[in-house]
Design a protein around this ligand. Structure first.
Ligand SMILES: Nc1ncnc2c1ncn2[C@@H]1O[C@H](COP(=O)(O)OP(=O)(O)OP(=O)(O)O)[C@@H](O)[C@H]1O
Ligand SMILES: [Mg+2]
Length: 277
């Protein structure tokens, strides 16, 4: 379900067209190769969980999906447009359809919660009343309406992460990129964040690419669904997983796994077995 008005500069994409396509993408820094020949897709409504050891290139991959970094070779398409070759002005329009939750949340310390969450709308010079209303709506989604006038320093780590999610969803994006949204949080707070990711997945069917270091979070997301009536997540029956949620695993610059939860947990690959144990 598309929630955002399509920016006039961009052609509409068909409902079956993949939201993200990486085609033989390679990138490195100062002659140090990071990602080598990576190809995968994110289809409409899919959640792809990206795993891999520290420093393997997960954040770099996410930044390329938002056009913040460009590959050395290969092509990246988002909403059917080749973003790896797009001029900056056109990227700006495309980014209004992408929400990004940066690793560590990355809120502006000097701005109130209201201005952090409404930042993108302020950049678009939307009317103040519209910004106020949409900020409250986005904060309501993360159950933090009461923090609108506070500053990031007055919030707990988990609350800051929820504000970062509110900021990412305020444009009602068609794609959300989450970079380690539970990194550094305790297990209980992590679960509240994963529940929000699940709510976005199961209520709005937003496509997403989610990086996590916490396997526990990945498997909770894959094995539960969000119930709108109870406003809580619920486990799927034993052995079942959400068909729209699947995995990508990076190791040593390569994509070493691209498939379902079932195939990941039953893999015989020695690296995957060790990584998941
Ligand atoms: N702007 C940059 N300039 C130079 N090197 C970079 C840059 N960004 C990332 N790198 C390097 O690319 C590699 C991958 O970094 P990246 O941040 O994507 O790792 P990651 O998988 O997200 O790690 P973590 O799990 O710790 O978040 C690292 O070796 C990093 O030092
Ligand atoms: Mg990272």
């Amino acid at each position: 379900m598309s929630q955002a008005a399509i920016a006039p500069e961009l052609k509409p994409n068909s409902p079956d067209e993949p939201v993200v396509v990486f085609e033989n993408v390679t990138i490195g820094f100062e002659n140090k190769p990071v990602l080598n020949n990576i190809s995968f897709t994110v289809k409409p409504g899919e959640t792809r969980i990206l795993l891999g050891p520290a420093g393997v290139g997960k954040s770099v991959l996410l930044k390329m999906a938002d056009g913040l970094m460009r590959p050395d070779s290969g092509r990246i398409f988002v909403f059917g447009e080749e973003i790896s070759a797009m001029p900056e002005e056109q990227l700006f329009a495309l980014r209004s359809r992408i929400g990004i939750v940066f690793q560590e949340g990355a809120l502006f310390d000097s701005l109130s919660v209201r201005n952090n969450v409404g930042y993108r709308l302020m950049e678009e010079h939307r009317p103040e009343e519209e910004i106020d209303q949409r900020v409250v709506e986005a904060l309501r989604f993360v159950e933090l309406e009461q923090t609108v006038d506070r500053f990031p320093s007055q919030l707990s780590g988990g609350m800051r992460r929820r504000v970062a999610i509110a900021r990412a969803i305020i444009t009602k994006p068609d794609l959300i990129l989450y970079d380690s949204p539970t990194g550094g949080l305790d297990p209980i707070t992590s679960t509240t964040i994963i529940e929000l990711v699940m709510k976005q997945r199961d209520v709005y069917h937003t496509s997403s690419l989610l990086v996590t270091h916490r396997l526990q979070d990945a498997f909770v997301l894959a094995s539960h669904i969000f119930n709108r009536k109870t406003n809580k997540m619920e486990p799927l029956p034993e052995g079942q997983s959400d068909p729209q949620t699947s995995f990508l695993v990076l190791n040593n610059g390569k994509l070493v796994f691209d498939g379902s939860t079932h195939d990941l947990v039953h893999s015989d690959d020695p690296f995957l077995k060790e990584y998941l144990s």
